[in-house]
Design a protein around this ligand. Structure first.
Ligand code: NAP
Length: 243
C-alpha cells in the first residue's frame, strides 16, 4: 500500500523540529506540496534546503499571528496541527502565565488555524483532512504536567467537535496521540533516566516512539486509505494506554 498525496497542499505547524519536521519530510516523500510553519527562522531555512517547501514564520502564542499565518498559507487540502509546547511545573507552582502560554499554543492556535483552513476547504467544496497532534498525556495524569495534560485533554475534545461539525463538509478530522517520542521536547521532559525508566516500564513494547513512526501514522490518516476514519483518537504508544 503506497501513500500517494500528490496534488495535495499540506500545512504543518511546528515543522521546524522534532515530529513536525519529520512529518514535513514524510509528506514530501508521499508527493504532497508542503507549507511549513514554525517559530525559528533558521529551522525553516534548513528545512527548505532539505525538502524545497514553502515556509511561514509565526509565533502561535499570539492569536493574530496564528490567523495571519493560516491566511498566508492560502489553499490547503491537508492540515497537521503539530506545534506544541510543554513547560513542566508541579500543580501547586503552576503559574497563570505558563498555563495561558501552553493553552494558547496547544489548543487556541489549533482552533484559529483550523477555522481559517476549514473555511477555505468548505468554500472550494473539495473536502480535506486534518490531523491534530495530541498525546497519551491527554487522558492520564503525569506529575509536573498540569498545563500540558490539561491542554491535550482539551485538544482531544476539540478534535471530536471539529469532526462532528466539519464531517458533513467531507473534512475528516483525527488525532494522533503518541507516547514519549525522542525529539527535543521528549528529551526535555523524559531525558532523565530516573523519569524515563518507570515510564518505559508501562509501555508493553518497552520502547519510546520515533518521530518517523508518528509521521507515518499522520500520513496514513491524511490519505485516502483512511477515507472512513473520522473523529478517531489514535494512540501511537506501544500499548501505554492499555496498561
Ligand atoms: P519539539 O521537538 O519541541 O518541536 C516543536 C516544534 O513546534 C518546534 O519546531 C517549535 O519551534 C514549534 N513551536 C513551538 N511553539 C511554537 C509557537 N509558539 N509558534 C510556532 N511554532 C512553535 O516538539 P515535538 O516533540 O516534536 O512535539 C510535536 C507535537 O507532538 C506537540 O504537539 C507535542 O505536544 C506532541 N507530542 C510530543 C511527544 C514527545 O514526547 N516528544 C509525545 C506526545 C505528543 P521553536 O523550537 O522554534 O519554538
Amino acid at each position: 500500500m503506497d501513500i500517494n498525496l500528490s496534488g495535495k497542499r499540506a500545512l504543518i505547524t511546528g515543522a521546524g523540529k522534532g515530529i513536525g519536521r519529520e512529518i514535513a519530510v514524510v509528506l514530501t516523500e508521499c508527493g504532497a506540496e508542503v507549507v511549513a510553519l514554525s517559530r525559528t527562522q533558521a529551522d525553516l531555512d534548513s528545512l527548505r534546503a532539505e525538502i524545497a517547501c514553502q515556509t511561514i514564520r509565526a509565533d502561535l502564542t499570539n492569536a493574530d499571528d496564528a490567523r495571519r499565518a493560516a491566511e498566508e498559507a492560502s489553499e490547503i487540502d491537508l492540515l497537521v496541527n503539530n506545534a506544541g509546547i510543554s513547560i513542566l511545573q508541579p500543580f501547586l507552582e503552576t503559574t497563570v502565565e505558563v498555563f495561558d502560554e501552553v493553552l494558547a499554543v496547544n489548543v487556541r492556535a489549533v482552533l484559529i488555524i483550523s477555522q481559517v483552513i476549514a473555511r477555505g476547504m468548505i468554500a472550494r467544496g473539495d473536502g480535506g483532512a486534518i490531523v491534530n497532534l495530541s498525546s497519551t498525556a491527554s487522558s492520564v495524569a503525569l506529575r509536573d504536567h498540569t498545563s500540558y495534560c490539561t491542554s491535550k485533554g482539551a485538544l482531544d475534545q476539540l478534535t471530536r467537535i471539529m469532526a462532528l461539525e466539519l464531517g458533513p463538509h467531507q473534512i475528516r478530522v483525527n488525532s494522533i496521540n503518541p507516547t514519549v517520542t525522542l525529539t527535543p521536547m521528549g528529551e526535555m521532559a523524559w531525558g532523565d533516566p530516573a523519569k524515563s525508566r518507570p515510564m518505559l516500564a508501562r509501555i508493553p513494547l518497552e520502547r519510546f516512539a520515533k518521530p518517523r513512526q508518528v509521521a507515518e501514522a499522520v500520513a496514513y490518516l491524511l490519505s485516502d486509505h483512511a477515507d472512513m476514519i473520522h473523529g478517531a483518537i489514535l494512540p501511537v504508544d506501544g500499548g501505554f494506554w492499555i496498561t
